[in-house]
Design a protein around this ligand. Structure first.
Ligand code: OOG
Ligand code: MG
Length: 253
C-alpha cells in the first residue's frame, strides 16, 4: 500500500477526466483516509483553478437514501462546482465529453451573503435568497462507476456539470414532487427524500464546510443532493420538474 500524495492522485483523476479513460479505485493501491481524500479533492480543484476555472458553488452528495442505496455510500459528502461545469437551461451538451455520465434531479440554493464558518451563531438559511430546480451531471472517473467513500470524495464527488432553472425567492420547498425524465427512463420522488427537507441540507452543508474548511461566498450555488437515484445521460432531452419550482432541461447529443 502506498502513502497518498494528494497532488499525484489529483493528476491521475484529472487525466482520467481529460482522456475519458476511467481508473481503478484508489482504495486498491493506497491507504486513503477521509482527510487524505479531501486533500486530493482540494488539489484536483486546484488544478482546475490553475487553468483559469472559477469556483461557482458547492454540492452535497448522498443526502437521500435513494442515492445511498444506489452507490453503497451512506455518508454526506461535499464537492466543488466551477464555471466550466455550468450548462445553460435547455443547452446542448456533447456526450463524448464524458466517460459514463448520469443525471440527477436536484434543488439549487443561491447564497446571497458570505457565510462565516467560525461564527457559531451563523444562520445559514438567512444567507440564501433564492431556490431553483437543477439537473446535476455526475461522471465518476472510476471504472464502472464503482468507488468507496474516500474514492468519490477524492474525485470531487463525481462532479461534471450542472444546469440551473429559473431562480425564485427562497421558500421551504419541503415535500414537493420531483420528476426526472430522460428519453428512456423516469425517476420520481419527493424533496422530502433529501435529509427530510431541502432546507435541512443547508445545516448539513454548514457542518461539513466547517469541518472541511470549504469557503461559502456570495453568489455561489449549493446543490442539495439528488432526491432519486441517478439515471444514465443519453441523447435527447432530459427534464427535471420540481413542483412549485418548475422545469429545467438539457439536451444530450
Ligand atoms: C457521487 C455524487 C453523489 C448526489 O447528489 O448524491 C451526488 C456519485 O453518486 O457518483 O451528487
Ligand atoms: Mg448530486
Amino acid at each position: 500500500m502506498n502513502t497518498p500524495d494528494p497532488l499525484q492522485l489529483a493528476h491521475r483523476l484529472d487525466t482520467a477526466r481529460s482522456d475519458r479513460s476511467p481508473v481503478p479505485s484508489l482504495a486498491g493501491t493506497h491507504t486513503l483516509g477521509i482527510d487524505d481524500a479531501y486533500a486530493v479533492q482540494e488539489a484536483l480543484v486546484g488544478l482546475r483553478q490553475a487553468r483559469g476555472e472559477r469556483l461557482t458553488g458547492v454540492k452535497l452528495g448522498f443526502t437521500s437514501k435513494a442515492k445511498m442505496a444506489q452507490m453503497g455510500v451512506s455518508e454526506v459528502i461535499v464537492g466543488r462546482l466551477t464555471d466550466a461545469m455550468r450548462i445553460g437551461d435547455g443547452a446542448e451538451l456533447d456526450l463524448s465529453d464524458f466517460i459514463h455520465p448520469r443525471v440527477e434531479p436536484e434543488v439549487a440554493f443561491r447564497l446571497s451573503e458570505h457565510v462565516d464558518l467560525d461564527d457559531p451563531t451563523t444562520d445559514i438559511a438567512s444567507r440564501v435568497d433564492a431556490v431553483a430546480p437543477a439537473i446535476e451531471i455526475i461522471d465518476s472517473r472510476y471504472q464502472d462507476f464503482r468507488f468507496t467513500v474516500t474514492d468519490v470524495v477524492a474525485d470531487n464527488t463525481s462532479a461534471a456539470g450542472y444546469v440551473v432553472g429559473t431562480w425564485r425567492p427562497l421558500s421551504d420547498v419541503a415535500n414537493k414532487a420531483v420528476r426526472l425524465r430522460t428519453p428512456q427512463r423516469e425517476a420520481v420522488g419527493s424533496t422530502a427524500a433529501i435529509l427530510g427537507a431541502p432546507l435541512a441540507t443547508l445545516h448539513a452543508l454548514l457542518d461539513i464546510c466547517r469541518r472541511r474548511r470549504v469557503r461559502l461566498t456570495p453568489g455561489q450555488i449549493v446543490l442539495a443532493g439528488a432526491a432519486t437515484a441517478a439515471l444514465p445521460l443519453t441523447a435527447g432531452v432530459t427534464a427535471c420538474h420540481i413542483a412549485g419550482l418548475g422545469t429545467v432541461t438539457l439536451k444530450g447529443r
